[in-house]
Design a protein around this ligand. Structure first.
Ligand code: ARG
Length: 557
């Protein structure tokens, strides 16, 4: 619609329709039109007051069937879309395109590698990794919806000095049975014990160096830790409904460090400092980047540089996104800066998409509860249990239906509870709030969808190619207008890498829908068919927006 307006305006103004399109606004109140064109910025060039310009435009534009009214209001030209054609076009398009409605080909031909989740082996799947998983998963869907080819990559933290500690500790306190039955908590116990003993520091460093040199026994142990941890992570991903195209890890890049060192050396970037190798990025305001420790072992940044180069060779990405917590901002700035100093022009297409912390109700970082580590499995189980108790209060269901619904509600609660927030902000991780059936929550949206689905089921609705629609009421027009803007919203969410825009959108259409449905008597009225088309369109758009957040819907609730 914005394009149509820009074209109309362009006939009467000495500006390109692209420039005009950028100026078109969606007014906060439908009384001011569905779209508004502010004339302030043209005043200087046209040597007229904005009010005069607005009047001029209105007197020149011929009314087309697309608009029911075009009026000058002060410095604005307000456009009122023809509600009948708006309804017809929007509803037909939604019900025809179904799950594809709102998608676009804006980014087709583009390959985007999205790295997300990236938990650390032998450690509990952290709450910060949950954030990365939820946001990264959503961003992957948002990018695919724009036609981009997306490669979803999980980069495990499976290398580093901590493995020296684990090896040393395991040789002392390891227990194969415990390791098999509960790998993460057993390894965590060992890790804590090693850290408590300063005498193990040196042996741990030696063990890691040996591991880097390919020591057979240590490598076998490390492989075991990795495989068992991955198994436990996979069951979490399964629960969360998240999958990856590639699971890689830091360990792949330990051997590639030589080539990184060589290129850094050849560009004269490496310096020695107390036996360690560093690159001085002080003049860029990025401090010192450690490349190799004094004992010769590699570090995180070196592996990231090698990984980026390898990924570019393998995937020839147009863009690479790293969904990682904001505490690693400096790290990524250093890595990207080093890549560009090494002469890789694609370094400018690497982006760190950061997220803030989950906070507990006391405002502190949510990672331990009463001093105890929080296990992701427990959070998921607890959330499902609360959901299941809640459902049990309302209706009696078979065991399998109950667990299916509790699972979907728990996912919606956690996903939406996160994604409705701007990702870079810290947020309260408040399961009770997330699980509420009222207000701006995942369960509320699932419930709204299921209600729409139930209306359609009861009315035995099935869409026909040319629906019989009536002239929409004001509230219907407002809802349909919002449904019509989904395509734009989806592309905005992509441009800004901001799933919360989709979350807010899903909530907005649901509020309008629920208000409208409360007021209007649809079933049994003379406008029943018309009303059902609106219900069906809303349900489809809500489903599509939730799917961009990674939230599957329930047909019955
Ligand atoms: N495993 C890391 C951590 O938990 C995150 C990895 C982020 N990705 C990267 N390419 N450095 O802190």
């Amino acid at each position: 619609m914005k394009e149509k307006i820009a074209e109309l305006l362009q006939e009467h103004l000495p500006f390109t329709s692209d420039k005009l399109m950028l100026l078109i606004e969606s007014p906060p109140d439908p009384k001011m039109g569905d779209y508004a064109f502010p004339c302030f910025s043209l005043a200087k060039e046209l040597k007229k007051s904005p009010q005069e310009i607005a009047q001029d435009i209105v007197s020149k534009i011929k009314n087309t069937s697309d608009f029911e009214n075009i009026e000058a209001k002060g410095p604005y030209v307000n456009f009122f879309v023809n509600r009948m054609s708006l309804a017809r076009e929007t509803i037909i398009s939604i019900l025809k395109k179904k799950n594809k409605y709102g998608s676009s080909t804006n980014q087709s031909g583009k390959k985007i590698l999205i790295e997300f989740s990236s938990p650390n082996i032998a450690k509990p799947f952290g709450i910060g990794h949950l954030r990365s998983t939820i946001i990264g998963n959503s961003l992957s869907k948002i990018a695919s919806f724009q036609g981009a080819k997306v490669v979803r990559l999980n980069y495990l933290g499976d290398w580093g000095t901590q493995f020296g500690k684990l090896i040393v500790g395991y040789e002392r306190w390891g227990n194969d049975k415990k390791l098999k039955s509960n790998p993460i908590s057993h390894l965590l116990d060992i890790y804590v014990k090693v850290n408590a003993d300063p005498e193990l520091e040196q042996p741990a460093r030696d063990a890691f160096r040996k591991l880097e040199e390919g020591n057979k026994k240590y490598t076998a142990l490390w492989k075991k830790f990795r495989a068992l941890s991955l198994k436990s992570f996979n069951s979490i991903y399964n629960e969360l409904g998240v999958s990856f195209d590639v699971v890689s890890g830091e360990s792949l890049y330990n051997k590639k460090k030589e080539s990184v060192l060589k290129s850094l050396k050849s560009k004269n970037l490496l310096k020695e400092s107390q036996g360690a190798l560093i690159v001085d990025l002080e003049n860029k305001g990025l401090g010192i980047c450690l490349i190799q420790k004094s004992d010769g072992s590699t570090i995180y940044a070196t592996r990231d540089i090698a990984a980026a180069i390898d990924r570019h060779t393998k995937y020839k990405f147009d863009e690479m996104w790293y969904e990682v917590g904001s505490e690693q901002r400096l790290h990524f700035k250093q890595v990207f800066s080093l890549l560009s100093m090494l002469g890789y022009p694609w370094a400018k297409n690497c982006v760190h998409i950061d997220h803030g912390l989950y906070l507990d109700s006391d405002g502190k970082k949510f990672s331990t509860r009463k001093g105890k580590t929080v296990y992701m499995e427990d959070i998921l189980k607890e959330t499902e249990q609360i959901a299941s108790d809640e459902i049990n209060k309302r209706e009696k269901l078979s065991k399998s239906e109950l667990s299916k619904r509790a699972h979907a509600i728990a996912l919606a609660a956690i996903y939406y509870g996160d994604l409705k927030n701007y990702r870079a902000s810290d947020m309260l991780f408040d399961i009770d709030r997330f699980l509420s059936f009222e207000g701006d929550t995942g369960p509320y949206l699932l419930y709204s969808y299921a209600r729409a689905a139930s209306i359609l089921r009861k009315a035995k609705f099935s869409a026909k190619p040319s629906p019989k629609l009536e002239v929409p009421s004001d509230s219907e027009k407002e809802l349909i207008n919002l449904l019509a803007s989904f395509t734009e919203k989806a592309s905005e969410a992509f441009e800004q890498k901001a799933p919360h825009l989709i979350a807010h959108y899903a909530y907005n259409i649901s509020q309008l829908f629920n208000e409208w449905y409360h007021q209007e008597k649809i079933i049994g009225s003379s406008r029943e068919e018309h009303g059902l088309y609106i219900v069906a369109s809303y349900a489809q758009v809500l489903k599509n927006s939730l799917s961009l957040l990674g939230i599957p819907v329930l047909e019955r609730m």
